[in-house]
Design a binder for this molecule. Sequence first.
Ligand code: GRF
Length: 201
Amino acid sequence: MKNIAILASGNGSNFAAIAQAIKTGRIYANLKILITDKETAYVHIRAKKHKITNLYINPNNYTTREDFDKEIVKVLKKEKIDLVILAGYMRILSPYFIRQFKNRIVNIHPAILPSFKGMHAIKDAFNYGVKITGVTIHYVDEKIDHGPIILQESLKINDKITLPELEKKVHKLEHKLYPQAIKLILNNKLRINKRKVIPAS
Ligand code: GRF
């Protein structure tokens, strides 16, 4: 069984969706640890509920991003983590971190990349007036919201929808899509060929 870790900074609804998918047998994995950079993040409460070890590491105790990441990498290696899952983790990973877990870090983005990169993707798409948005799951590389795309699914934005309603729809789709992507990776169903993620033959 593969070991996975989740890094999160906030609400943790994706954390909960993944933990639930493991619990119900949709994903076969050992969710060993949740790591957060925010002491008061709600995701801690979710981790307790799911009885998952949760660790807060205070970024203010480190002088550089790399020093902070070295501490996280140390923990991930100690726990023998195979796959690192970013789920609302509000920090940019250092090149050091990415090198240590090359092609073994994934992220979820609440828009159809490469459109609407950044922290306010749902709102940005809504305000732009696009008729379609969605969710992207991708590998993490050294550029922001950029690595090879694993799964994408779209949803329509109709004329009457409000921003809170759209947010709800996007999150619902996230909770479906992220476990699917994780399952494909853990079952060795995928191969990366430059920018393309293709079925493993
Ligand atoms: C999600 O919308 C995700 O796409 C983005 O941050 C949000 C995290 O939500 N990266 P949650 O903390 O999992 O509820």
